[in-house]
Design a protein around this ligand. Sequence first.
Ligand SMILES: [Mn+2]
Length: 468
Amino acid sequence: MPNLKRAVKTLRKNRKNNILIYTHIDTDGITTRVILEELLNRLNIEAEFRFLKGIGTNSIEDIPFKDYDLIIFGDLGSGQLDLIKGKMEEYNLLDKTDKNIIILDHHIPANINIPKNIINVNPWNNNIDGGKEICGAGVSYLFAKMCNPRNIDLAKYAVLGAVGDIQNLEGKLIGLNRSILNDAVKSGEVVAFPDLQFYGKHTKPIFASIKYFTDVRTDLMNNDSRIINFINQINKKHDLDIIPKENLCELSFDEKRILGSEFLSKCNRYVPPNWARFLPKVIFGESYEFKKEEIKTPFRNLEEFSTCINACSRYEDYETPLKVLKGDRDKYYDKMKSRLNAHKRNLSKSLQYIKDNVEIIQRDKFQYFEVKNGAIEGNIIGIVAGMSYSIEDVDWKKPIFALGELDNGYKVSARCPKLLSFAEDINLADAISYASKKVGGSGGGHKFACGAYIPEKRDFIKYLENKL
Ligand SMILES: [Mn+2]
């Protein structure tokens, strides 16, 4: 990315000046923050750091453009280049060479002419898919590596950021993420290996991991005894000794391979014929682990680590994951564990609420449900929508929309099983951003997971119907 060099030069030029750094608040944003904090530390450059939920017409008012010589945005900013430029213009800062902005982001940039003192480092500038091939922490990592090639020990955070943004959607990391992963492996921080794509490899018994696999609905769903029977049959047939209560991480490569192919042939009987060729992509993939974390803890596997971060950041605690990532193994480690448990309890309570109190409304191309104001916290409603595929009444072959009632409208979260998104090439982000705009709201996100705020629902549903 050619802008990287310019960005590094600008940082060096400002090394004695007032620097402010904003980063986003999800896993990718927090890992971005760790990379930049560590980088500036190593360069002996002082800066002030802040977290930012997003840049909008309101929040941009609080950004002190006039008071700093250099402002860096990490994992956000590109999509709001128009707003940023507008503010710079208003303050008469456009093309002032002593007032600089660096954006290290992977979201699709707003389509504007960029003034000289804003440097937008973004993969989309080079036709690299920022949705799949590199995340905000990845861009920040390349920035750190450009400053000093010895910074490859920071690559591990970029890999975690990519996993947090689900850039390994198709089973493994690709493109620039792949070379960042290689750095992380080379530096001895991360291990990568072929694995099955069940969740909870270090923290759940195998039968539970299979139970919560919602990409394909088989007769194993929500049925412990059938799963245990399924595993015992495999043991008999292949002369193995897989213990259903063990964790997936305890199986040998061969045991995983056989379990995976048996599971695949079972799934084959449940999917429409034209979906079958996408099955391997949702069953087989790669695992990424922090080599220095203990096995069978929630901190070893990067997907599970990302859940730990969510368990804090979704409840506005950014300090705990930040400290843990930076190596605090005492107080904050315990705090993260207890937050994880609270998060899990909250999720299962919310899922139970959906089962007991909510009607799933079926439409031709999608389904939706409504949640009364305050019944489920808005910060987890998307996660709960994804988990709802373990409910009988939810059609696993259609996307789902959760409408959380607010005082002045709805927060909408949409989810779609991976297999469905591959097989039918569904783009929920397009649909939700179209339908929400039509009713005077706003939204966006990923193809398979996104959200919106809308003032009313009736027309929104109608527009969704048209677009899907
Ligand atoms: Mn991101």
